[in-house]
Design a protein around this ligand. Structure first.
Ligand SMILES: [Zn+2]
Length: 409
C-alpha cells in the first residue's frame, strides 16, 4: 500500500480534465488514454502518455449513490414479495416493521456500507423508514455509524416518514436532530390521494423544513397512474408558500406518461424551482405497471433526456437492494450501469448519460468533489481491467478501489 502511484488508464473523456490537451486523443467510445499520478491522497499529474497509447485498464471516479434504503437491505429472504407489485411490496414492508429492531437495522446498514465501499462507492444518500412507534434513539446509533465509516464513505440520511409524522412533536424533535447531523427529511406522495388532506400535510412538511433549514427528498409519483398528479400538487403549494426549500424528487416515474406539452411545462417549473430529480429505473421497471399475463410496453421511469434538456440535474440511483421492493442488487455501481444504460437507451459515450451516474449524484449530495478527475482532486478511483465499454459491463473483470491513493482491500 503506497500513497504514491501512477497508472496508465483509459478514462471517459467527459470525466477528466487535463491541463495540456495538445496530444490528447479520444477513441470511438469516448475513452481517453492518460497517465495519472497521485501523491498524498491527491491527483498530482494527468497527462497524455505517448508510450502507453493503449492502456488495458479503465478508470472511474469512486461513485456516489443518490438513493438507497439501508434499513431494509437483504430482508428479501425473510420478507419476499413474489407478486412483485408496488402494493404488495408496501404490505410486506409494513409487516417487516413489526419485527424490526434497532440492532437489525444497524446490522443491515453496516452490511450495506461495507459492500458499497468494496464495490466502489464514496458517498451514499440512504432513506430510513421513520414512524411513531420506532425508537427515536436509533438515530444516534445511525449517526455513530456514519461517523465510524466517515474515512471511507460519506453517508447522508433521509428520515423517510409518513407525512403525518412531520406535524407531530416526534417529527419536530427528529427534525432538530436531523439538522444537527446534516440529514434530510422525506415523505411519500403517490396517488391515489385526497388532494386537500395531502396539501396540508405537504405544506406542514415544507414549513418544518424551512424552519430547520433542511432539504426535503420526496418519493413522488412512483406510479403508472395519474401522471404527474403529485408533482403538480407540490408545485402549486410551493407557489403559494413562497419559500425556497431545497427539494429532491425521487422517482417522478409517471411524468413520462404526460403529453409532450404538459411535460415541457412541468420541466420549466422544475427548472425554475431548482428541483433535483433522481431516476430509479431498477425498482420502476420491476414494480410498476405489472401485468401477470402481458408484457407491458408502458414502463414509467423519470424521462431523463427531456428533463436534462431543461437543465434539470438528474441523477440515476439504485433504490432498493434485496428487499420486498426489489429482490436483486448488491450496492454495486457497475450492476446499476450494466442494466440501466441499455434499458434506458443511454450511450455510455455521451456526456449527459455518464454525468447522471457520476457527477449529478455528487452535486446532489453537495460533495466537495464533483467527480471530475483533475489535478488536485482526491485519488479516489475505481479501476477495472478492460479496454472498452463491453468490458465495463462484463462484470467478471478485476476491480481495484483506491481511497485517497491507497488500494482498498
Ligand atoms: Zn426509494
Amino acid at each position: 500500500m503506497s500513497n504514491f502511484g501512477s497508472l496508465n488508464v483509459l478514462v471517459p473523456r467527459s470525466l477528466c480534465s487535463v491541463p495540456d490537451e495538445t496530444n490528447l486523443t479520444v477513441n470511438n467510445e469516448g475513452l481517453t488514454p492518460i497517465q495519472i499520478s497521485w501523491e498524498n491522497g491527491l491527483v498530482s499529474d494527468i497527462r497524455y502518455d505517448i508510450h502507453h497509447a493503449k492502456p488495458s485498464k479503465i478508470l472511474f471516479p469512486r461513485f456516489v449513490e443518490a438513493h438507497a434504503h439501508f434499513d431494509k437491505s437483504f430482508t428479501w429472504v425473510d420478507y419476499p414479495n413474489f407478486k412483485s407489485t408496488y402494493e404488495n411490496a408496501l404490505l410486506i414492508n409494513l409487516e417487516e416493521h413489526i419485527t424490526r429492531t434497532s440492532n437489525k437495522v444497524l446490522k443491515r446498514a453496516e452490511d450495506s456500507i461495507n459492500r458499497a465501499i468494496k464495490n466502489g462507492y464514496r458517498a451514499i444518500r440512504t432513506h430510513v423508514d421513520t414512524y411513531i412507534s420506532q425508537d427515536i434513539a436509533i438515530w444516534s446509533e445511525l449517526f455513530n455509524l456514519k461517523k465510524k465509516y466517515s474515512k471511507f464513505v460519506k453517508i447522508q440520511f433521509v428520515a423517510l416518514a409518513p407525512l403525518e409524522y412531520w406535524s407531530t412533536n416526534h417529527g419536530e424533535e427528529l427534525a432538530r436532530m436531523i439538522q444537527r447531523n446534516d440529514g434530510i427529511i422525506g415523505g411519500v406522495i403517490v396517488p391515489p390521494f385526497n388532494k386537500k388532506k395531502l396539501s396540508n400535510l405537504i405544506k406542514t412538511t415544507l414549513l418544518l423544513a424551512d424552519k430547520y433549514k433542511l432539504e426535503v427528498d420526496f418519493h413522488i409519483d412512483e406510479s403508472s397512474q395519474n401522471p404527474g398528479l403529485g408533482i403538480n400538487l407540490l408545485i402549486r403549494i410551493l407557489k403559494k408558500l413562497k419559500i425556497r426549500v431545497p427539494i429532491t424528487c425521487s422517482h417522478l416515474s409517471s411524468i413520462s406518461l404526460l403529453k409532450n406539452y404538459k411535460l415541457r411545462n412541468l420541466c420549466k417549473e422544475l427548472a425554475a424551482k431548482n428541483i433535483k430529480v433522481i431516476a430509479l429505473p431498477l425498482t420502476n421497471f420491476w414494480l410498476l405497471n405489472r401485468d401477470e399475463f402481458n408484457t407491458p410496453l408502458k414502463r414509467p421511469v423519470a424521462p431523463i433526456k427531456q428533463l436534462q434538456n431543461y437543465f434539470i440535474d438528474v441523477s440515476i440511483g439504485s433504490d432498493n437492494v434485496q428487499d420486498s421492493w426489489y429482490p436483486f442488487g448488491n450496492f454495486d455501481p457497475f450492476y446499476l450501469m450494466t442494466i440501466v444504460l441499455p434499458m434506458l437507451q443511454l450511450n455510455p459515450w455521451d456526456r449527459l448519460a455518464i454525468s447522471a451516474l457520476c457527477n449529478a449524484p455528487a452535486r446532489l449530495l453537495n460533495l466537495d468533489w464533483d467527480g471530475i478527475i483533475k489535478e488536485g482532486c482526491p485519488a479516489d478511483f475505481v479501476v477495472i481491467d478492460g479496454i472498452c465499454w463491453a468490458d465495463v459491463f462484463n462484470n467478471d473483470k478485476n476491480r481495484y478501489v483506491f481511497i485517497k491513493g491507497s488500494l482498498y482491500e
